[in-house]
Structures are given as structure tokens and as C-alpha cells.
Ligand binder design. Sequence first.
Ligand code: F6R
Length: 605
Amino acid sequence: MCGIVGFVGEEKAAPILIEGLRRLEYRGYDSAGIAVNGDGVTVVKEKGRIDNLQGRVDEINPQGTIGIGHTRWATHGAPDQINAHPHRSMNGIVTLVHNGIIENYMELKNDLIEKGYKFKSQTDTEVIAQLYDFLFDGDAITTLIKTAEKLEGSYAVAMLVKGYDDKVFAMKKDSPMIVGKGDGENYLASDIPAILPYTRDCYIVNDGEFIEISKNDIKIFDKDGNEKEVEIKTINLSIDAAEKSGYDYFMAKEIYEQPKAVMNTVFPLIKDGEIQLPFEFPESFKKNLNRIYVVACGSAYHIGITAKYIIEDMVRIPVMVDIASEFRYRNPIIGKDDLCIFVSQSGETADTLASLREAKVRGAFTMSIVNVPFSTIARESDGVIYTNAGAEIAVATTKAFSAQLSVIYVLSAYLAHEKGLMSDDEIKVFTSEILKLPEKIKTALDCDKITEELSKHIATKENMFFIGRGIDYPLCLEGSLKLKEISYIHCEGYGAGELKHGTISLIEPGTVIAAVATDDALYGKMVSNIKEVHARGAYVIAVVKEGTEGIEDVADEVIFVPKSSKYLMPSLTVIPLQLLAYHTTVEKGLDVDKPRNLAKSVTVE
Ligand code: F6R
């Protein structure tokens, strides 16, 4: 939610800020703005996408080599020009941008109004600016610390302060922020892609730290104003991860990057047919592992349900799957013999992070499956397995989802082996199947053509259903989420056996149903379910393994995907579902990468 950039150097700041915002636009895109410090501070902000802002910036042409920028996902106040960031304080002491939510903003605002402060916007952000202005004691850092003491909620803030014309200041709590170290220039950003064209050397800002950057210096202060050591890390991400590389949309590129994403994820975990995790579970888990929780949001939650099917079958340990926004408030029963797994592409999702902290307080061993290096969830977990999918820019996840699935396979096999339920030889066979997945995913991508054809039909519909059983069921939830979030066609994913408990009344002639049927043991039952909806006029697209016979007799269209072990089929089945969502959205002329109202990284609860 919301992207922040900052720059201090010798080059003109505006183009660098705009380029950084473009790379962060996936975080929010209802308005954008920059503030540049040249001969005084110039603020330019516009409603809508970065292109609108670019137009205004070209007209105004702000000079100056120091600045901050923001792309917004509205929380407080309509997505219009006035509420767009940056916000400037009444006396012009500070101009700032903010990502997060200030929970006590009303109380602070009323107090500041009583003190004579006048507000222009409806945002919680403007409160930070006016508060800083009110508290200003002539020292930028001590005022920042005093401001932070009064704020409740989450924030990453970057600011220009009057009288400090060669510097940008920043602070953060529960919202991500990095500092990029260049040569005679330094950067601030919410996420790594923003600074990739300039540097890979970063400082990952911690909660409660206060930042001062100038072109040759990065200073970090703690809450008592003491300077801290700046530990620079080099981020290993290629710049083309954040480029479309000839594809029309990031989503298409990322769908096609899945073989590589899976390979890069599993390769470091499998050595000569043995599984090597990058951390150790507590010794006591060998005997006493009681339960596994998987906690996540959205597509990552679907990974959790898939994990339940696989782990319970392979490892015979109960798996609870929770939506993070529920888990954190439902007083879950967890303790030291439980393993809590947190799945997150961004590693910053507010609810998932809060759930992780809750699980730690309750004494569970926590591990995370995270894509963004050094993100907060990764740093705060007891153990982390990275999905090396590379930067994922399209709002709808695809390659990170596939990489997460592959971690679940490896983890399940590891736990089964630890429990003595899989022998060394069985592990060798299973891991060799996992290593064949990238090639098979490449073959599965051949269904691009048929999904494009089918999308022409789906794009004319207002509703669609995805049905499946067993391990295909969570994939139906995922296929449904993917299609609805980007094409705006209402979809539901259902356990096929559950349909007649209500939803079948919605089936009418022409209703499109995607029926996923890859599990041999449940195939006969799926055929019966397909017949039931077909008899009521549904148009059925079946997704099955290659070699499935007789399916053409019951379905209107069939998409075949390569065969694999039953546990690994989700990696192949998901491909046509992603492509159906992608092509349908293109067919409808919508913005595939930036669906309305959404943002990639959900850092507010
Ligand atoms: C859907 C999608 C979202 C995310 C969810 C969690 O395509 O991308 O549902 O899966 O917002 O985000 P992360 O994985 O960053 O925690």
C-alpha cells in the first residue's frame, strides 16, 4: 500500500523520483506526487496514475536535486488531488509523504485544530506534518523522535525539512522502508525495485529508527537520538525482474517466468536427492510436533489449504489453515510443540506479520515462506525459506504462488522423512519429481492458445464457477480469485461435492464452470458433478491430466496438463487457471497488472 521514494544527489531529482514511483506503482495507483527541494520546495501532485503526474511535472519542470515522492492507495479521504501526497505543514516547516495508517489521527487533529492549525486534506498523513510543525524545536531529528512518540499505528514517512536543504529525513514503524546507498547520491524507497537501476546496496530500516540522508552520508538514529551503525546489504535482484521485457503486461511475463521461479526456489533446497533446509527445527519436533498452522492472506492462504491436503496425507500431522486477519484476533490455541508457517510474497502483509508476532508470543516455532529478501516477516521468523521468484510486480500473484507451492512440496517431504514416513529412496524419487516440475510447467504453458480462445467466451459472462475435489479444490479457490480480481467477473471456487448444498441453484443455461479433475481417486466423482451441472445447461471447461480418457464426452472443452505425482499436480493445474484469468482480462480491455482498488503489498490491516 502506497509507495515512497526519496533522493539526494547531484542529478535532477524529479525524473529519478518519477522513475522510482513507476517501479512502485503496483503498491497503489490512485494518485501520485513529488516534492522537490530546489530554490524552495515545489510540490506537484495529481489524481490517477503516474502518467498524469508526469504530464504536470513536465509542465512545471521542478529544479533541484533533492526530493521525495509517493504513489497512493487511499485509506483516509477520497483519491483526489488534495488528498494526494506530499503534504506540507501550515508553517511550511515540513513536506512529507506517508505509507500506513495513523490510528489516533482524529484525536491529534482535533488537538492541533484547537492550537490553530488548519488542515487542507482528509488524510491522516497531514496530521503527521502539522504535528511535526507544532513540535519543531529547530532540530530535525529530535523533532522527528518527538513526533513518533505521539503517533499510534503504522507508518513509513519521508520528509523535507525547512532549513535542511541538502537532506531527506525518514522514520518507520510496521511499514517497510529501505535506504539505497549510491556513489555521491542516496535513496529511500518502500521496496527494492524502485532503486534497482541505481544501486543494490541497501540498508533495511528497522522500526523505531530515524534516518537522515544527504548525498554523501546515511545516518541512522535510535529513539534516544544516538547514532547507530549502518549495515549495508547487497540485494541480489536483477533489474529485468522489474521490467516487462517485451511482454504486454508484467502478469504475462511472470506467468512465463514460472519454470525459472520454481527451479530457483527448489534448487538450493535439494542436494543429491536429499533435502537441506536453510534452518533447523527444534530437536523436540522429531518426537513432539503436535500441530502445524499455516497463516496467510489471499492467494498465499490458498497455499495454506493446499499444504493441508499434502502435509496431512504425507506427514499425518494435523494442519490448521487460517486467514491472517482472523488468526490474529481469534485467540488461537498454540504452544511450543506447534509449528506456525507464514506464507507471504511481499513479506510485509500487515495481518500476516501481526499473526507471526502473535504466534511468537505464544511460544510456537515460526517459519516463513517469503519472496522479498530481508522483508519484515522473513527477518522476524525463527526460520525462513525464500521463494527465489524474483520481483513480482503484477498485483495478481502467479510466479510467487508457484514458487510457494514448490516449497510446500519440499517441506512436506522433509517432515515426512523426519517422521520416518518416507525412506531415503522415496525422498530421492519424490525430489526428482519436484525437479522435473520446471520442464513440465513449460509444457503446461502450451495451453496459452486454448485459454486465449476460451477467454473470448468467458469475457462475455458475469459469473463463473470453479469446482474441484481434494487437492484440486484449493486450486479452484485460486483460479476463482485470480479471475475475479483482475477481470471483475464474479467467480466462486467450490468443492465440487458442496455445490448441491446451495450454489447449484445459480447454475443456468450458459453458466461457465471450470472443473478441475486431476486426482485419480476422485475422478469418477468429478465426472458425476460435471454431469450434474451439464444437465442444468452449464458450459463446462475441464482441466485434467494428459491421457485422461472419455472426458470429451462430458465436458464442452478440455485443457490437458502434464502428469506428475498427485501431490505436485497443483503446479501444473494452476497454469491454465492463471492464463484464463489473464486472457479474459486482456479481452475485456482492462489493466491486467493494476486492477481497481487493489495494491500489491497490503501493509495496513
Ligand atoms: C492475489 C494476491 C493476493 C496476495 C495477498 C497476500 O492474486 O496476490 O491475494 O496473495 O494479498 O500477499 P502476500 O503474499 O504479499 O502476503
